[in-house]
Ligand binder design. Structure first.
Ligand code: TTP
Ligand code: MG
Length: 665
């Protein structure tokens, strides 16, 4: 890999937490602000409900199951204050009848009878049920409230999830569209430097990570933090001393979390980098499968992949070790907290300064308190991934390797371009990578109606030269003039519309032939379409295919030879009806019959048009008014076929070397 190819080398992206990144997400959240506010509101409601549930349990215990010992109702020496009594209102005749049966057990005090809890087992179950009828009714009421709260909790959770996921999906959709559009606008130079696998990761998993960031961030900030604060507040309100004792463990929890994040940070990052590398390697393997299998590189490739995979496994194991310490540690601390509550809180229940219900509620709250902490590791991972993804997405979005488009000149109008009169190369230098010049001081011109051919050995720079005309790249030095003005003064759409490029290895999109020829949009009227197909000599191919023009190329890609590919590309050029044809003849072997078809189609295409033709077969060259002979990036000879032959130079030797060239004409 060349040093300047590692544009987005993942290893360089270390600082995962950057609040600036979150700020940059704002434009994407703004359109969905309402949904987010809704979602946050629901989260707060849900948290309140969650907090209410243990409290209902506390009420049930304290009011109806084991009421706290009432301090002696009067100052009379009587029952010791630490004993619990069931108070019975004697105004109720049924209760009074039961109390009558247990004269030795009940103490009567005016209109109230009291039976010690320790004596309750001496009553028959039926009598006990009669005495505690009100408690049972109260308990049933609270259970019903509990049920309603749980159902409400479910409904709110459902709505909240729907609202938030909806907002998240919409954001992801917007972000992906923007990224896709941006990548499409980038200059070709960018794609030389960035492997496909990495860009694919950008549009797929990086966007997915952002989505998770959004959903888990909202739930983390609003659900977990509000919940933690709420629990702490409720615990302090219930019994601040017990709450403080319970919180004694928290410094340990904080230390464990900090230690975890320190260790996890590096490991998670390494893992991320490795996954990206595996993706890249894999997509390159698939792209180059033909070459790999032909050159029997499978074993070599597997070996390299195995090394990568092994590193990934090692990092995975390191991650698991960290998690395997952290998660049980949090679990242990949670249990220690419960033990503290039972020990200290239990003592307070014994000396009657804490109700049993409050103790039970404390245990529930502390369990709830540790739940988000247990998820911390997972959230941490999501957050790290997402931050890194955000950074990479914005790096692509910030890439400005677009071909600079001209700004509107002072007159308010771009230069007009109705007819291509002349294209002139003025001392053009060009290179793809620094230090490896591809074109050197190329100068020539091409006037309207002319056909100019470019010939030269392989690697001479013919394809590169032709790519500069539609401004796929900009020259590194010198100028290309179009009707006397620099190409860079026109918006590129203006001149690209007027030319058609038939590439050496024509790229066909997956889709039907019709879509490939007519740019997908419905196409011209059937008669015109037929005319184009006929002119491009595609009739034979179309007639042979099962669904004619509507044959899916993906289905029968193998049916399309490189010659036929070029015919389709010629038809595509015809369909655009351009003023200038840029033709890069295929290098691969094409049978003489197809070659003839291409030749004819090309001649028809070039009629009445300006053309620059890169030719490998000298038969293509002869009709050109002028021939440019290239060698190692320079134009070393130019002239008509006859002139160049007479000169007996490079072209002459090239011509002689070609099999079946025959005597010079
Ligand atoms: P080309 O311009 O592709 O040479 P050519 O078209 O004359 O060769 P052929 O007859 O085989 O089609 O390449 C010139 C140099 O530029 C060569 O060293 C390869 C390099 N190059 C790149 O680095 N990146 C590219 O995208 C292309 C097209 C070429
Ligand atoms: Mg070429």
């Amino acid at each position: 890999m060349r040093p300047d190819q590692d544009y987005f080398e993942e290893t360089r992206l270390g600082k995962a937490y950057d609040l600036k990144l979150l700020r940059r997400l704002r434009p994407f959240t703004r359109p969905h602000r309402r949904l987010i506010v809704w979602s946050v509101g629901l989260v707060v409601l849900i948290t309140l409900l969650d907090l209410a549930l243990p409290y209902v349990t506390k009420l049930a215990i304290d009011r109806y199951i084991v009421p706290p010992a009432a301090s002696a109702p009067d100052s009379r020496p009587g029952p010791p204050p630490a004993e619990r009594y069931l108070s019975i209102d004697l105004a109720d005749p049924a209760a009074a009848a039961v109390v009558g049966k247990y004269a030795g057990v009940a103490r009567i005090d005016g209109n109230t009878a009291r039976i010690a809890f320790t004596d309750l087992p001496r009553l028959t179950p039926a009598d006990l049920a009669e005495l505690r009828r009100d408690d049972l009714a109260g308990l049933t009421g609270l259970a019903a409230i509990f049920l309603v709260l749980v159902i409400l909790d479910f409904l709110l959770n459902f709505s909240q999830a729907m609202v938030m996921e909806y907002a998240g999906q919409r954001m992801m959709h917007d972000l992906r569209m923007q990224l896709y559009g941006h990548i499409q606008d980038l200059a070709l130079e960018f794609f030389i430097r960035n492997p496909v696998g990495r860009l694919v990761t950008r549009v797929t998993s990086d966007i997915q990570n952002m989505y998770e960031l959004f959903t888990s961030f909202v739930s983390f900030i609003f659900k977990d933090l509000v919940l933690l604060a709420g629990i702490a507040a409720v615990m302090l309100a219930l019994n601040w001393k017990l709450a403080l004792v319970t919180f004694a463990v928290l410094p340990l929890v904080a230390a464990a979390s900090i230690g975890f994040s320190k260790h996890a940070r590096d490991i998670f990052r390494i893992l991320r980098v490795q996954v990206a590398e595996i993706n890249t390697r894999f997509s390159e393997t698939i792209g180059g499968m033909r070459a790999i299998q032909l050159f029997r590189q499978e074993a070599n490739n597997s070996r390299r992949f195995a090394a990568l995979n092994h590193e990934n496994y090692l990092a995975g194991m390191r991650q698991i070790r960290v998690l395997a310490v952290f998660l049980p540690l949090i679990e242990v601390l949670a249990v220690v907290s419960v033990a503290l509550i039972v020990w200290y809180g239990g003592g307070r229940v014994l000396d009657e300064t804490l109700s049993l219900g409050a103790l039970v509620a404390f245990v529930s709250y502390i369990r709830m308190f540790y739940r988000p902490l247990r998820d911390l590791a997972e959230k941490y991972n999501i957050l790290q991934n997402a931050m890194a993804s955000a950074e990479r997405i914005f790096l692509v979005l910030d890439t400005t390797t677009v071909l600079p488009q001209p700004s509107l000149p002072p007159g308010g109008r771009f230069p007009q371009l109705d007819r291509l009169e002349e294209i002139r190369f003025d001392n053009v230098d060009f290179r793809y990578v620094t230090g490896e010049p591809v074109l050197k001081q190329v100068s020539f011109n091409l006037r309207r109606g002319e056909t100019v051919a470019v010939v030269g050995a392989t690697g001479a720079g013919k394809t590169s030269l032709i790519s500069l005309i539609p401004r796929l790249y900009d020259p590194t030095a010198g100028r290309i003039l179009l009707n006397g003005r620099d190409l860079r003064e026109y918006p590129s759409a203006v001149f690209r519309d007027k030319m058609a490029l038939v590439m050496q290895e024509s790229f066909l999109f997956s889709g039907t032939i019709r879509e490939n020829v007519f740019d997908g949009a419905g196409g011209p009227a059937p008669a015109r379409a037929e005319e184009i197909i006929a002119a491009a000599n595609l009739n034979g191919l179309v007639g042979r295919l099962p669904h004619g023009l509507d044959t899916l190329l993906g289905e029968s890609g193998s049916l399309i030879s490189s010659g036929e590919r070029q015919l389709i590309a010629i038809a595509r050029a015809f369909a655009r009806n351009p003023q200038l044809i840029l033709f890069d003849e295929a290098t691969s072997y094409i049978d003489s019959q197809t070659e003839l078809l291409i030749q004819q189609a090309l001649e028809r295409l070039m009629r009445q048009r300006t053309a620059l033709v890169v030719a490998h077969r000298l038969s293509t060259v002869r009709n050109a008014q002028r021939i440019l002979v290239m060698n190692r990036g320079r134009v070393i000879e130019s002239g008509s076929h006859a002139e160049l032959m007479a000169r007996q130079g490079f072209y002459y030797r090239l011509h002689q070397a070609q099999p079946g060239a025959g005597p010079a004409q």
